[in-house]
Design a protein around this ligand. Sequence first.
Ligand SMILES: [Zn+2]
Ligand SMILES: [Zn+2]
Length: 340
Amino acid sequence: MTEKKTSGEIRKDPVSESWVIIAQERANRPLTTAINNRPQGQQFCPFCEGYESETLPEITALRTPGMKANGPGWSVRVVPNRYPALDTELALELYRSGIYCSIAARGAHEVIIEGAAHTRSVTELPSGMFTEVIKIYRERLASLSRLPHLRSGVLIKNVGLAAGASIEHSHSQLIATPIIPMRLQNELKTARAYYRKQRRCIWCDVLAEERRIHSRMVFEGDEIVAVCPYSPRFPFETWLMPKRHHSFFEATSDSCLVELATALHAVVWAIETILNNPPYNYVIHSAPFKSKNCSYYHWRIEILPRVTRAAGFEQATGLFINPTPPEHSAAQLREHLSGL
Ligand SMILES: [Zn+2]
Ligand SMILES: [Zn+2]
C-alpha cells in the first residue's frame, strides 16, 4: 500500500462508505459541441459512418462481411471511451492516507454506437437492428465479466443533454468497476436478508405481487415483464425484468433477448409519445461478476425519463419527489401499447 499522488482513483467516503471516481480525463469532454445538432451537410458527428478515425480503434463491430475494421460498412460499433472514467491499463492498487483510502481507477469504459446512420433514440432504429444492439450489450458484459479484478458492470444509456449525453448519436456506455457500487451493495444486502428469511428472491415476489394487483403492469410477454415500480423516483419510470429468475444479464438466452428488444423498443416509444420525446436514461442492473450463488438477485432494466429535475433536496437527502403516481403512468403506457 502506497500514498497515491496522481489522478485516476476511486475514493471511499469514510462515513457513508460510498465510492467516488476521480477522473480528470473527463474534464476534457466536449459537452456542448455536437449535442442537439444532426450532421446535415458539414455538421460533424464522430459516431456517424465515415468518421471512424474520430474514435479510438474499435473493440468489436457488426460489419458487412469483407469490410475492414475502423472503416465504413458496420451497423454496431464498440469503441473505448475517449474520456474514460476508468482505465483497463492501471494496476489494481490500494492507497491509504490517514483515515482515507482509495484504489486505482482500474476498470473498463466502452461506448456502443448504435447504428451507422445518425439517430437520437433507439426508437429510430428498426426493431431487428435493436435486437443486434442488445446482443452486443450481452456480449460485451460477458467479456468484461471474465476479466480479473473487475467486480461489477453496468450498462447505461443517456439520451438528451439533461440526461447526461454529450453526443447526440444513439449510443450506450458500459462501465465495469473493481468495486461493487453502493446502490448494488445495498440491494444485495436487502435481497440476501429477504432470501435467508423467505427462501425466495425478492424481485420474483415483487413480480408476483405486481401481476396479482395489475395496476402498475405495463406489458407481459412469455419471458419479459414491464412494470412501473411501486416507489418510482421519476414520472413514468418503468422496469423490464425476466419473468423467470435470472441474475446475470450476460447469460440471457437469445429468445429472451429478442423479446426484451421488442418490449424495450415499444415501451421507450410509448414514453416518448406520451412525454413528447423527453431526455431519458436506461440502465441495466445485473448481479456482480463471478458471483457463485445468486438465487437472490434478479437482473432488470430501468427506464428513467428525465422530465423532473433532481435538485438540492434530492441531492441532500436521496429522497426523490415524484409528481406522477406509477398507477397513472402504467395505465397510460398500457393504453399506448394496446394498439401495437
Ligand atoms: Zn452521428
Ligand atoms: Zn428472482
